[in-house]
Design a protein around this ligand. Sequence first.
Ligand code: NAD
Ligand code: IPM
Ligand code: MN
Length: 360
Amino acid sequence: MKLNIAVLAGDGIGPEVTAEAVKVLKTVAKHGGHEFTFTDALIGGVAITAEGTPLPQKTIDVALAADAVLLGAVGDNKFNALTPDKRPEAGLLAIRQHLGGFANLRPCTAFNALSENSPLRPEVTKNVDILFVRELLGGLYFGKPRAWNKETGEAHNTMVYTKPEVERCAHIGFQLAQKRRGKLTQVDKANVLECSQLWRATVDEIAPQYPDVKVEHQLVDSMAIHLMNRPRDFDVVLTENLFGDILSDESGVITGSLGMLPSATIGGKVNLYEPVHGSAPDIAGQGKANPLGAILTAAMVLRHSGNLEEEALAIEKAVNEVLAAGHRTGDIAGQGKSANVTTSEMGDLVNTALVSALNR
Ligand code: NAD
Ligand code: IPM
Ligand code: MN
């Protein structure tokens, strides 16, 4: 099959981890006789430096012409003083809007080989398999009015959701729950926020269309602790933009590292694939980044844009094997232990395991 992939590596560890994801995609292409093409484009801080804007028109054109967009990470401390609309992160939010995907799928799958890495006990994290469905185009991130008036010392942001925005995302959550373990946990702050009441009511209204899915509602503050105490109880977790951002990072505790988490955004013109983590300026440029979140993101490209489920599974299997063999970047080395591989060595190891998995 043919797949034209736009590669927006971005800032910090973005290019380091994306290179490893592209490596495994090339292996899958070579093995299966597929034609994958990769077109690089600038986003984030590197785009500000080169073009004066975090999302150049050329990047939008490349992304919209692609079958899938693979993004690394954006963000660079040297732009911290800029207003939100000028920062690298604005480029990410804008490309999400251009591509139009509203359902951000963020799986949290516990790898048994890492069960000792989580501060949670192995019996708590064993076999955890959660799929966060994070609404990606609404809420506080995009609501207007928004402003910081430095003279009056007042700042405001606006949380806005419309019923159709909630419905389209909820349907995705329900459909995914049907294909999984049939449970949907909707997370909100309905004891305080009208937007949350809209979410809760809309999900309840849709629920009868999916009689095989069991629905529960949780308030986001207590959900944060349920997630740590009893993560195995959750299947699909559906939530609005900001709550999903926070809870999905928190789920990195279950997997042993934020660097293990992939994501895919569906429902728009072109699917967008990005690891959950950011540009990690504290470790950038040192070969310390864990590329597995990006590599697992590549598996999601194959699954959701290439209809190549077997190959996606082969990547996930290869990751499992490499972890089981004890290979570790620093973030998953365990307390007081150091990395025994660099970013690219980890990518190479997965690639070698992938070649054997594909030939099996
Ligand atoms: P971060 O996710 O970049 O890093 C948080 C911590 O996790 C750091 O200690 C980092 O070293 C570690 N970490 C993250 N990914 C890792 C990996 N793959 N391997 C090993 N360790 C990893 O979050 P932050 O430090 O809060 O933000 C840094 C910058 O990234 C900010 O500019 C932020 O806006 C941006 N950001 C971008 C994205 C994105 O592009 N999708 C996501 C989150 C944050
Ligand atoms: C993420 C990031 C982004 C978000 C930022 C960088 C805009 O944290 O992808 O999780 O909040 O969506
Ligand atoms: Mn985030």
